[in-house]
Design a protein around this ligand. Structure first.
Ligand code: B16
Ligand code: MG
Length: 219
């Protein structure tokens, strides 16, 4: 029996992962720290402050700046990111997601959002998807970020469902670890070599088929 689907936002419902990448890249370059897509993979699902630490660490610069400066860097990245996501519209919903959400709704299964992003609500609103979600976990209220399971467990709790009866959908390695840690069935979208700990992996969102997921969950 499936009680809920709990979705990650960035990289699953819409490609804000690309905007995070662009905004971090601009900041990293300003700080003379090399930044590429391979390294960016490690930042997916990771909170803003933790992402900044990883970037500074990569440039061996974590000791070079005060906490106040680091906060300014994080704000700068976010301001850039917020200007990039202003253009988001319902056309930016990734292929197959609308159909999947409709199929889930038709079966009367609940839908939750477990995004590490403090901008998640505004992104969902721009996509016109706010009403499709029965619950959204406020990233600001979760003490431990992904890969810790807290965010997925909180979503299940807010929906009053048993985590064992939930399916989590993620694009990040840290997110898949969080789903598994929560005792949920993990569906991953992306590169199988970094998401191999998921229960089911697809290359892109258009391959997310409700019936297939249900069948695999039941096996
Ligand atoms: P913000 P998700 C995560 O969202 C992103 O994957 C990650 O790259 C980002 O740093 C994090 O949100 C925090 O976002 O700076 O907007 O609070 O994938 O968990 O939906
Ligand atoms: Mg993600």
């Amino acid at each position: 029996k499936i009680d809920a689907f709990i979705f990650d936002l960035d990289g699953v419902i819409t490609d804000t992962a690309e905007y995070h990448y662009l905004a971090w890249k601009a900041l990293a370059e300003e700080l003379d720290i090399p930044f590429d897509r391979a390294f960016n993979e490690q930042l997916k699902g990771v909170s803003r402050t933790d992402s900044l630490e990883l970037i500074l660490e990569r440039g061996n610069k974590q000791q070079d700046y005060s906490d106040v400066q680091k906060e300014q860097f994080a704000s700068k990245k976010n301001e850039h990111y917020v200007t990039l996501i202003e253009q988001i519209s319902p056309q930016d919903i990734l292929p197959g997601i609308k159909e999947l959400i409709d199929d889930i709704k038709k079966e009367g299964i609940a839908i939750g959002l477990a995004s590490a992003s403090k901008n998640a609500l505004s992104v969902l609103e721009s996509l016109g998807l706010r009403e499709s979600f029965d619950t959204i976990v406020d990233a600001g209220k979760v003490a431990q970020g992904k890969p810790h399971p807290e965010i997925f467990l909180t979503a299940a709790e807010q929906l009053h469902v048993d985590p064992a009866h939930c399916i989590g959908v993620e694009d990040a390695a840290s997110g898949v670890t969080a789903i598994k840690g929560a005792g949920m069935f993990a569906v991953a979208v992306g590169d199988g070599s970094i998401l191999s700990h998921a229960d089911y992996i697809v290359h892109s969102t258009d391959q997310l088929d409700f019936q297939t997921i249900i069948r695999l969950y039941k096996e």
